[in-house]
Design a protein around this ligand. Structure first.
Ligand SMILES: [Mn+2]
Length: 465
């Protein structure tokens, strides 16, 4: 895609005008990496325009019966799927920048008596799961103001939103944003090995976390070290363990071929064609950040932002993204460290107590006591201890008083490449037991009534996919 559709462009021109004419502005954005990035972009636009504003990072359930109190209310990465304008007054102005399925059509603005502007790619026939995220939509508003330097935050948002997960590339409207950020020298994108922890994880550790398919190196650092030695890839530079970002192209080539060989031996015939896509994908490096920090790599940076969101420290994430790092960077490191410790402890417990239960078509664990905000992350991480051929489902209580259980699902990318969309499957099954759900093909979740767990599992285990 070379440029944004003309009707969408017109909406951005209009949005800029509305913002310029307002003095009292409120931003609501979603509490994940995409939403936080979107909020940081919008807040920066308003700072630079010297507009009084405040920002709330919220979960979707907080949108019911929201008081619309400010002159202008901006919603990003949420709002399209909720009745956010229920309490709007005649004097209210509302702008929504969202990529989720919209409840209202493009012409809704003509049907209401107040100022209403919604920018949603689905109104223009553009897919919102792969081609643009909330952060990207906010970036195009920044671009309208002439702030192309914020493009890197949009790229981070897209990575956090897994917009590149199906093809390993940023495509559609995302590619316009990526081109801006590369052109301005903020981002470098190269096709690279698809291993997490490019800048900060010792390579043998990164290899041991390979979990889309169980390989000899999965959860086995000794095997990972042996693999590097066999390929003649030195483990260290001086005293420091080498990371993926230290490798030259020749070394990366050797590693690529070896991983493809190992995987092709392991997976059923029908999956072999997807193997190269599992091993290599485009990577995104933020060139203004220091080498060997988690801020330098798109995936690692998005994990840190998500850690803030999962621990209710969105304020720190916003400060980091807006460039106010004096004290927030130390806090971010503390949050990330504590987050990793919490995940490791719980994964250990699930493993030690054999909590993964395998059924015919699914596997699951009861995450009693695990914070509901991280049960999905944990489901993804323990996939490597279970059977990669089946999706992993985690359950946990929302809180002591809630009548609903939180359900999270993660699966190998191979299942998604093969055409299974678990976001749609979990939506159907959750709805059939009186809950609700949805999400991406390989990472999704649901809320179901407390007493419907067995029924949910039974239906899922019989579901044909
Ligand atoms: Mn999003």
């Amino acid at each position: 895609m070379k440029e944004i559709p003309s009707k969408m462009k017109e909406s951005y021109v209009k949005a800029k005008k509305i913002i310029e004419d307002c003095e009292d502005i409120k931003i609501y954005s979603h509490n994940d990496c995409d939403g936080i990035s979107a909020g940081a972009i919008l807040s920066t636009i308003l700072d630079r325009s010297e507009k009084e504003h405040s920002i709330d990072i919220i979960s979707l359930d907080k949108l019911d019966n929201l008081e619309i109190e400010n002159e202008l209310t901006l919603f990003s990465d949420l709002g399209s799927g909720q009745n956010v304008d229920e309490l709007a007054k005649n004097s209210s102005k509302i702008i929504i920048l969202d990529h989720h399925p919209p409840l209202r059509d493009f012409n809704y603005k003509n049907k209401v008596s107040y100022e209403y502007l919604e920018i949603n790619p689905l109104h223009h026939g553009i897919d919102g799961s792969n081609y643009i995220s909330g952060g990207g939509l906010s970036y195009f508003l920044a671009k309208e103001f002439g702030y192309e330097d914020l493009s890197w935050i949009g790229v981070l948002a897209a990575i956090g939103d897994m917009q590149n997960s199906m093809t390993g590339k940023l495509e559609g409207l995302n590619s316009i944003m990526l081109k801006d950020s590369v052109g301005q020298g903020y981002v470098n994108s190269i096709n690279d090995l698809s291993l997490y922890g490019r800048q900060t994880r010792p390579l043998f550790v990164a290899l041991s976390y390979f979990s889309d398919v169980n390989l000899p190196i999965t959860n086995n650092r000794t095997e990972a070290i042996a693999m590097m030695k066999n390929l003649g890839i030195p483990l260290k530079i001086g005293d420091r363990s080498r990371t993926l970002s230290d490798l030259d192209n020749l070394e990366k080539g050797k590693l690529f071929s070896e991983l493809v060989k190992m995987l092709s031996k392991e997976v059923p015939e029908k999956y072999v064609k997807y193997v190269p896509k599992l091993v290599a994908a485009d990577s995104y490096e933020f060139l203004m950040e220091e080498d060997h920090t988690f801020l330098r790599d798109g995936s690692e940076f998005s994990t840190a932002i998500n850690a803030c969101a999962r621990n209710n420290r969105e304020d720190i994430a916003i400060e980091i993204l807006k460039g106010n790092r004096t004290s927030s960077l130390d806090e971010l490191e503390i949050i990330s460290k504590e987050h990793r410790r919490y995940l490791a402890q719980n994964i250990q417990r699930i493993e030690d107590e054999d909590m993964i239960i395998e059924l015919d078509k699914i596997q699951y664990f009861d995450g009693n006591g695990i914070k509901s905000s991280v049960v999905g992350t944990i489901a993804g991480m323990i996939l490597s201890y279970g059977n990669w051929r089946k999706p992993m489902i985690g359950f946990t209580e929302l809180d002591e008083t809630s009548e609903f259980l939180k359900v999270s699902l993660r699966c190998s990318r191979l299942l998604a490449y093969d055409g299974h969309h678990f976001g749609n499957i979990i939506r159907k099954i959750a709805t059939s037991v009186g809950g609700k759900g949805g999400g991406h093909s390989m990472a999704c979740g649901a809320y179901i009534p407390n007493d419907k767990k067995e029924e949910f599992l039974k239906i899922f285990n019989k579901f044909s996919y």
